[in-house]
Design a binder for this molecule. Structure first.
Ligand SMILES: NC(=O)c1ccc[n+]([C@@H]2O[C@H](COP(=O)([O-])OP(=O)(O)OC[C@H]3O[C@@H](n4cnc5c(N)ncnc54)[C@H](OP(=O)(O)O)[C@@H]3O)[C@@H](O)[C@H]2O)c1
Length: 253
């Protein structure tokens, strides 16, 4: 068996209650991390905590679920105070919470725009600024933002989503430059189409059309993304910052 790579690391995962975030949480639990997952669905939160306990490698690992709406700065503030009073600091911050409200731009309402921007992009501001001070003080940190290929190449019906995900990329690059001298690495993962609840909403016809454009001929798995998150959180990527790692089976090649 290989050595666990994330032993004792303190990790916050927004959107850890489902899909990609859940897969990341479980993989990091297997690697020995202490983990806080954030989402709004309490039942799913409890399920992920139980799944993490089942695969932990050390009884002393600490798993916490906090019900937080990441688009709400006040809720994030009290959440971060709670975690920092318990842990004192966080090593790794993974911003994975996200939603879609797909429709053609011509019919897009202001609330469709606002909720997607607030949940996908403003949330990253809300969360990062609360934990950054302790990272700066310790001169260590890794911030991983889950963007999307849609933020790189666009997609009809997803103007709000594409804008939020492209915003994450700009934010990542600028933050990386600001924080490099403090030994804090900031990177994005841009998944392509992943087998998940988000893509279950697509019709078979839509799915087949997408697959024709993916050279590897399949949707990505949740683990395809979790493994890249583990790499970006680990020592193996210490010289990588300000990058967008596209994990899309060749879609954008
Ligand atoms: N699936 C794909 O093909 C794909 C492709 C590219 C990028 N991505 C990105 O990857 C991330 C995860 O996607 P997924 O497919 O795993 O989606 P998912 O299964 O729908 O999970 C979304 C997660 O975000 C959380 N979330 C949503 N709104 C929130 C809020 N206001 N406050 C706190 N948490 C909130 C959800 O938690 P609760 O339900 O508990 O609130 C859930 O844990 C998203 O950012 C998505 O844009 C996905």
């Amino acid at each position: 068996m290989s050595m666990p790579t994330m032993l004792g690391k303190k990790v916050v995962i927004t959107g850890g209650t489902n899909g990609i975030g859940r897969a990341i949480a479980i993989l990091f639990a297997k690697e020995g991390s202490d983990i806080v997952i954030v989402g709004t669905n309490e039942e799913r939160g409890r399920e992920v905590i139980n799944s993490m306990i089942e695969c932990q490698i050390d009884d002393s690992q600490n798993f916490i679920f906090n019900s937080v709406d990441v688009s709400n700065n006040g809720e994030v503030e009290s959440f971060s105070k709670n975690i920092l009073s318990k842990w004192g600091f966080v090593d790794i911050l993974i911003n994975c919470a996200g939603i879609t409200r797909d429709k053609l731009f011509i019919t897009m309402k202001e609330e469709d725009w606002d909720i997607v921007m607030d949940t996908n992009l403003k949330s990253v501001y809300n969360v990062v600024c609360k934990f950054l001070r302790t990272m700066i003080k310790r001169r260590y940190g890794k911030i991983i933002n889950i963007s999307s290929v849609v933020g790189v190449i666009g997609n009809a019906g997803q103007v709000n989503y594409a804008a939020s995900k492209a915003g994450m990329i700009g934010m990542t690059r600028a933050l990386a430059v600001e924080l490099a001298s403090r030994n804090i690495c900031v990177n994005c993962i841009a998944p392509g189409f992943i087998d998940s609840e988000m893509t279950k909403k697509l019709s078979d016809e839509q799915k087949n059309k997408i697959l024709e454009r993916v050279p590897l001929g399949r949707f990505g798995s949740l683990d395809d993304i979790a493994n890249v998150a583990l790499f970006l959180a680990s020592k193996s990527s210490d010289y990588i910052t300000g990058q967008v790692l596209i994990v899309d089976g060749g879609l954008t090649s």
